[in-house]
Unconditional design. Sequence first.
Length: 452
Amino acid sequence: MDLIIMRHGKAENIENSLNNSDFHRNLTQDGIRNIQNIAYILKPLIDAQKYKNIKIFSSSSIRTAQTAEIIAKILNISKVILDDNLYHGDYYSMLPKILLDSNEDDCIILVGHNPNVFFLTYNLCKFEFEFRKGSIACLKLNDNLASGHLKYFISGDCVKKIYENTSTESKIINLESNNITFLGIDISDVKFEIDEIINDFYSECEKFKTSSNDQEIIHQMRIYIRQLLTLLDFVKLDLNEDSFKTVSKKIRSINTELSIIRDLDQFINYLSKFDSYNHFKTMATSQRKDHETELLYKISSNTFYDLDQIFSELIWTNSDDKIKHVDAYIQDLLILIHKNKKQICTEDYQKLHSIRIMGKKIKNMIEIFPDAVKNKTILIKDDINKFVKQLGKLNDFYNTAKILDILYKLSIKQDLSNFDYIDSEYNYIHEKIKKNSLKQIRKIKNKKMPGQ
């Protein structure tokens, strides 16, 4: 079910209204024109959704009722329902009943006042907007009807500037030759980017055939795989659940295979600092060569994963023209990062890893769709990159410790005669890793979070 939350248009000053009453303020001529323009922008968006029923509820004040009537007339909706609760800001007394009485393929339009429209939108989708007069936020509600995600936002101020042919820096919507063009993206854009990333990944595979010991190639291959995982997460609500899980699992398997080589590279680089401790470095170099040879064979013999085939297994449940809002997705991730910051600790690697993945998803989305995010989001790009890099260093220490433990167990099985030497080297390196990890954790906890 879609919920459209709208603020009324520009109204006359209170001293010009009947009995100097806020309730009786009329829309100005400019306010009427702007609401009409917004309604004409909204109409093709509404028509494209093919809603079964559309209901308009409005605050009972004159300016909101007039706004709702203009919208209703242009959208060909016969009735506007006025509610005093909306005038007094008591949305939560009437909204649950309205939603429960509606169906999944219905659309509810609420016309109200600030700051209540702002708070209602934020409480439902955790996204902040400057609700100028006439602005509209369309939300897709979740099954619980208590939360949702943003489908699109139309700024009333932006529309006014566009129709006046004045310049605007707003990136939400622009009009060209009477066509509506969103800076946002749709599912067809996501599919296009998936195909492009797959082609880039295959190019790196070709490079690997001739330069299999090049650490940068493995790193770039992993970047492309993580970008694919991010895009899958971005559109998971538009996919059949089983196909999403199946494809995601296969893509993560590729990432795991590449990560083994990358983690061994990091381990070898780290041990290069200790000239007198070469036992584990020698073992890691040998392990790296074995995995490199195995991967090289798979790529050269075409037995490695076929990404085109894997992604052909996806079952899409929504059409290619469905609008996807990148900023809303990024905002949700930022909120989760802020909530989980305190969980960064040496004892819980999984929580650390999940926070880092959230940061990487934000980084990936900004890089994949730079034109589909607002200026405000672009401003956090450097903060996100630094945050991901800091968590990446901490992640490297954890992976280094993990590989050290694995190699230590293998060493004891293979060579008990040198146990004292191996044990001494292990304890020294392990203690160094632990100190470096704690130092990195302190750095992260003292840093300002991205988006703050």
